[in-house]
Design a protein around this ligand. Structure first.
Ligand code: MF3
Ligand code: CO
Ligand code: CO
Length: 374
């Protein structure tokens, strides 16, 4: 038997006594499979494991009995001549699969044809659009201070969206005249950016939606302008927490009507009320689609969450009464009592195990919330 200690560690080149068990199983060259310690083996794993994959893909170089059997290498589900252990559900069993068929040169190839890896899946477009939307909102956040007009915020949003190759979804949506919504103080949502300068003590919500490669990404945050009174700071933090708590229950099987229970409980405990006229919504190829997701208690929302769904949750919480009124412009929704309203919004993806917050803050996002900057 050869002395494995004559080998050197694939990571640090020290004398190596350990062999990767998977490499041994695959009968791979011992030089690539040797490690000095478990630590070096573990540290190398993320790059080392690819040699197993490559070995399996080079059909014919491994076990000749496997010829014509292996397939779907990426998922490691190659069929082997020996029936593996599996609790077969019926009487059907796998049989040999013949080799890959030939595609003539004149056929247009999708991007996975050569290396097995799809690159332009709709999911990657969704990943990109939500990232753009987050970066656009963050750009808006960086210019917020007393004296800046909401029109200037809109210009930042518009230019940053275009620079990233996107379209600002609100622009001309049902004739909405601007590229984002800016909702100041008693404005609940859908405020139109205009020539008013932000004043010290205001709160302002900026709602950004970006359309990129056929999909929309939607999010908003409420910001403090200069020094804001204690009650408004409490309102904004409570609204932030309402969204966090709502997100925490999202997973397959949960009823959409539960979202409103969680939000209402947290808002009313703090002495605030929940807006009823505007809801979260399905989003993707459409800006607004099913499901409809109310934020208030005892709502009649239909349906349960399923893996793969994308929708927003965007609670609007009022310091006073829940009731809203509309300005004559047909867009600006305000509180009926003129007290302040705050909002936060994320685009979410339901996963097999729970939820992914697609529009989550990035490491580069400005640090504007004291409760997050511990
Ligand atoms: N972004 C908003 C939402 O969260 C919708 C704005 S529509 C507009 O659903 F026309 F007012 F821009
Ligand atoms: Co929305
Ligand atoms: Co929005």
């Amino acid at each position: 038997m050869a002395d494995v200690a004559t080998l050197s560690c694939a990571r640090c080149s020290k004398p190596a006594n350990l062999q990767c068990p998977k490499c041994v199983e695959l009968k791979l060259p011992r030089e690539d499979a040797a490690f000095c310690t478990q630590d070096c083996f573990k540290a190398s794993w993320s790059s080392h494991k690819s040699v197993h994959l490559k070995a399996k893909q080079s059909n014919g170089t491994g076990n000749p009995e496997n010829e014509g059997w292996e397939y779907c290498m990426k998922k490691g589900q190659g069929r082997t001549p020996k029936l593996p252990y599996f609790d077969w559900t019926g009487t059907l069993r796998p049989y040999p699969i013949s080799s890959k068929r030939v595609v003539p040169a004149h056929i247009d190839l999708p991007d996975w044809a050569a290396d097995g890896i799809p690159k332009e899946e709709p999911s990657s477009d969704l990943q990109r659009v939500v990232e753009i939307a987050r970066e656009v909102l963050d750009a808006a956040a960086r210019v917020i201070r007393p004296g800046v007009t909401t029109d200037e915020i809109d210009r930042v949003v518009h230019d940053a969206t275009i620079a990233a190759g996107g379209y600002p979804s609100p622009l001309n949506y049902h004739f909405f005249p601007k590229s984002c919504c800016t909702s100041v103080n008693e404005v609940i949502c859908h405020g139109i950016p205009d020539a008013r300068k932000l004043e010290d003590g205001d709160i302002v919500n900026v709602d950004v939606t970006v359309y990129y490669k056929g999909v929309h990404g939607d999010l908003n945050d409420t910001y403090f302008v200069g020094n804001v009174d204690e009650e408004s700071r409490r309102l904004v933090q409570c609204t932030y927490e309402c969204l966090e708590k709502a997100i925490s229950i999202v997973k397959p099987g949960v009823r959409f009507r539960e979202v409103g229970e969680v939000i209402n409980r947290h808002a009313t405990m703090a002495g605030f009320s929940v807006v009823k006229s505007y809801c979260g919504h399905g989003i993707g190829e459409l800006f607004h689609c099913a499901p409809n997701i109310p934020h208030y208690a005892r709502n009649k929302a239909v349906g349960v969450m399923k893996a793969g769904q994308t929708f927003t949750i965007e609670p609007m919480i009022n310091a006073g009464v829940w009731r809203d009124r509309m300005w004559p412009d047909g867009w600006t929704a305000v509180t009926a009592d003129g007290k302040r309203s705050a909002q936060f919004e994320h685009t979410l993806l339901v996963t097999e195990t729970g939820v992914e917050v697609l529009t989550a803050r990035l490491p580069s996002s400005p640090k504007v919330y004291p409760w997050l900057d511990a």
